[in-house]
Design a protein around this ligand. Structure first.
Ligand code: GRF
Length: 212
């Protein structure tokens, strides 16, 4: 299964996928291309270092969303991408992209959805005073972080945490969860039934309470 990863920022989740792939731990998932909407973002440098092909579709060149989406679709299709992974991609995707990859776009979000969707999710959780936080990998639909949940990982919020400490603890779980889900999808173990997703033969890495 050919995987295209879309990024906008530091790319640590991308790095986790690259590292797992290089160690042969992504099963039949093949990281074939990295796409970015921000020229010169650190994630692109990670792709180049790992010799993964990359492309840039700068959203500032597309005042309207549909042509931006279509440019992404064309670039992803040029690399025969089957599965699109949003790993810190900071643009909302529209109908053109979602229709081009039906049920084949996933996103990693740094909160236990449906709580704290949208931006600065870790900060939202911290400010809300929750005792358990975490991350979610979900299918992308037309809403903001509303698609069917595939897997979650939880972390405890410590009394002496600041929001940065919490962000980093969640991020470490993201780096485990996202590759595990990508592998499970590539192994055809992820089954979507309406709003519910079953992960067949779930490994400890996809157990939501594994880290508690
Ligand atoms: C992660 O926290 C991810 O959950 C969110 O954006 C961040 C990206 O971090 N969607 P990185 O670029 O993978 O380091």
């Amino acid at each position: 299964m050919n995987v295209g990863v879309l990024v906008s920022g530091s790319g640590t989740n991308l790095q986790a996928l690259i590292d797992r792939g290089q160690r042969g731990e992504l099963g039949p998932a093949n990281l074939v291309v990295v796409g970015c909407n921000v020229p010169d973002c650190p994630a692109l440098a990670r792709a180049k270092l790992a010799a993964v092909p990359s492309f840039v579709v700068d959203h500032r060149d597309y005042p309207e969303r549909p042509p931006f989406d279509r440019a992404l679709v064309a670039a992803l299709r040029a690399h025969q991408v089957d599965l699109v992974v949003l790993a810190g991609f900071n643009r909302l995707l529209g109908k053109d992209l979602l229709d081009a990859f039906p049920g084949r776009v996933v996103n990693i979000h740094p909160a236990l959805l449906p709580a704290f969707p949208g931006v600065r999710a870790q900060r939202q959780a911290f400010d809300a005073g929750v005792k358990i936080a975490g991350c979610t990998v979900h299918f992308v639909d037309h809403g903001v972080d509303t698609g069917p949940i595939i897997a979650q990982a939880a972390v405890r919020v410590q009394d002496d945490d600041d929001d940065e400490a919490l962000r980093l603890r969640i991020l470490a779980e993201e780096h485990r969860l996202l590759p595990a889900v990508v592998r499970a999808i590539a192994e055809r173990r992820v089954v979507l039934e309406g709003r519910r997703v079953r992960v067949l033969g779930a490994t400890p890495a996809t157990d939501p309470l594994r880290s508690l």
